[in-house]
Design a protein around this ligand. Structure first.
Ligand code: HEC
Length: 101
């Protein structure tokens, strides 16, 4: 009986659990992005572009281009392979929404 209740509960929670998993995955990714692009989207290195307040659609398109290899770059391609379209959308929107410096 208890097992059944748990199963029912698990089913009800399945939707939000998937959302929660996505969020964790996206946060894990963004910690990595921050190492190069800055937590605030302002890069500290001269050869890394700022992402803060860039157009969201542009950022999303670049991430897709890195993943496909259309825009060649070793690190970005590697990271792109770990991102779903949804991750890219969320992360692009996040950086687009950060204030310009
Ligand atoms: C090892 C350092 C490094 C990490 C980690 C990294 N990037 Fe990058 N990123 C770069 C460099 C360098 C470029 C410039 C690529 C080029 O010269 O074409 C770049 C370019 C980009 C661009 C294109 C910007 C533009 O103006 O065209 C986007 C978008 C981007 N990165 C997003 C991300 C995201 C999202 C993450 C985390 C998942 C991430 N980057 C992690 C180094 C990094």
């Amino acid at each position: 009986m208890r097992k059944l209740t748990m199963a029912a509960l698990a089913l009800c929670l399945a939707g939000s659990a998937a959302d929660a998993r996505d969020k964790v995955q996206q946060q894990d990714l963004m910690v990595q992005c921050a190492a190069c692009h800055g937590a605030d989207g302002i890069a500290r290195e001269r050869d890394v572009p700022h992402l803060a307040c860039q157009q969201g659609e542009y950022l999303y398109n670049q991430l897709r281009a890195f993943r496909s290899g259309k825009r060649p770059h070793k690190e970005m391609r590697y990271l792109g392979r770990h991102m779903s379209d949804d991750d890219m959308q969320v992360i692009a929107d996040y950086y687009a929404g950060l204030p310009c410096r």
